[in-house]
Design a protein around this ligand. Sequence first.
Ligand SMILES: O=C(O)C[C@H](O)C(=O)O
Ligand code: SF4
Length: 516
Amino acid sequence: MNIAKFEESMYKLVVETSTKLPKDVRRAVKAAKEQENAGTRAAMSLATITNNIAMADEQVSPICQDTGLPTFKIKTPVGVNQIELKAAIKNAIVQATKDGKLRPNAVDSLTGKNSGDNLGDGLPVVKFEQWEKDYIDVKLILKGGGCENKNIQYSLPCELEGLGRAGRDLDGIRKCLMHSVYQAQGQGCSAGFIGVGIGGDRSSGYDLAKEQLFRPVEDVNPNEDLRKLEEYVMENANKLGIGTMGFGGEATLLGCKIGVMHRIPASFYVSVAYNCWAFRRMGVSVHPETGDIIEWAYQDGEFIDFAAANEAEKETAAARTEDDVISLQSPITEEQIRSLKVGDVVEINGLMYTGRDAIHKYLMDNDTPVDLNGQVIYHCGPVMLKDEDGKWHVKAAGPTTSIREEPYQGDIMKKFGIRAVIGKGGMGPKTLAALEEHGGVYLNAIGGAAQYYADCIKSVEGVDLTQFGIPEAMWHLRVEGFRAVVTMDSHGNSLHADVDKSSLEKLAQFKEPVFK
Ligand SMILES: O=C(O)C[C@H](O)C(=O)O
Ligand code: SF4
């Protein structure tokens, strides 16, 4: 085996997976876009998403800043040295991180220290299997944290909100799947995909669920019962009205793939792996001697070039929305903030500061390194690269899931006089109360649109708290035309609470048995 060549092939696979959405996923995103009604916030989000996909294509940069937990599934002919392959994969990962194609994403679970190169105990995940064929098959998925956090495992029988008892049969499974989409809301960057594993134990069930994510979006399940169930879920989950980013809308689920395995008598698990729209998985077959790529996977069907499609739409879209956009210059006054209401589209100009998990915890007990009075906090862990002159550049910078900051956010806004927080997926009652009391607003940016937002960042003016690692540091970013939607205002309104409530009511309509 020419191992240097194999390493090069793995590098190509990693870069392609992180930067270019597969053909089948593109078609699903396009179909979703066609489903949404023009002028809605969901349609606007999908336009940003397709714009972002095109920008990632063009710049060969990460589609989303969270380049996920790299998981390789490899099948090798008998006799191939798997230890050598794994070492080559690690080298390729380190190189892709240096080149800004992957964010340094491996964090020591106990100390919180970021390894900086995506290597760490147990990372990347590489799983081998032997097979009788004469080539190596490598599949890679880069699954981000926000959607991973929305995975869910049901142990049947169980009681489900809105749906009542889910028993140990096909209809019980149906209820779990409807519930899994409901509970994700917009937090896993809907519209999403689900991979489902029925049976096994807790770990093999999740493995099976994730394995389903490698199936092409448009394939048909050979098992008749599962085919019907997949079709049912696809049709009905979209009636929950959650929509892109949880803004409400027609397209909530883009794919549903179900696998089944045996179980032991006492256990009956239904495991659901939720994947965001930024569904980054790719594969290659590799020659076992030369190490060259023989063929890329997921190449069937039409390639949607969103650059061309977006161009055609641009003028009409601009004419429709330009008038409605409210321009904000940071620092922002309390009066301006109090004039905003849920549904408003804003465009921010000026400085904003990133802050996510480590910083929120830190700011609870410590002073801020910069004056945050009237300022904007952006829940974001960017991909950054330093040039030869020591200057930082933003390579990808979409929002992260805000709900993780719920325990801290309200207190921090009040303590430092922060007027706006930007993130995705919304926040809870504690933050909503603080927004009202203090005069603050929550702005929802489009999750996964990392290239689109990186383009709005005109310069990096500083950085603090770098001890938390690159994604967790406090970056001072100067932005122009940074668009987001007001989804929680200072008058007690939350679009997230509203969509949660209405989708739960809709979920309850699926209570009656369907599969007998
Ligand atoms: O870690 C991130 O940047 C985002 C994460 O994938 C999320 O969805 O919250
Ligand atoms: S930010 Fe959204 S699109 Fe990116 S990995 Fe997280 S869930 Fe996926």
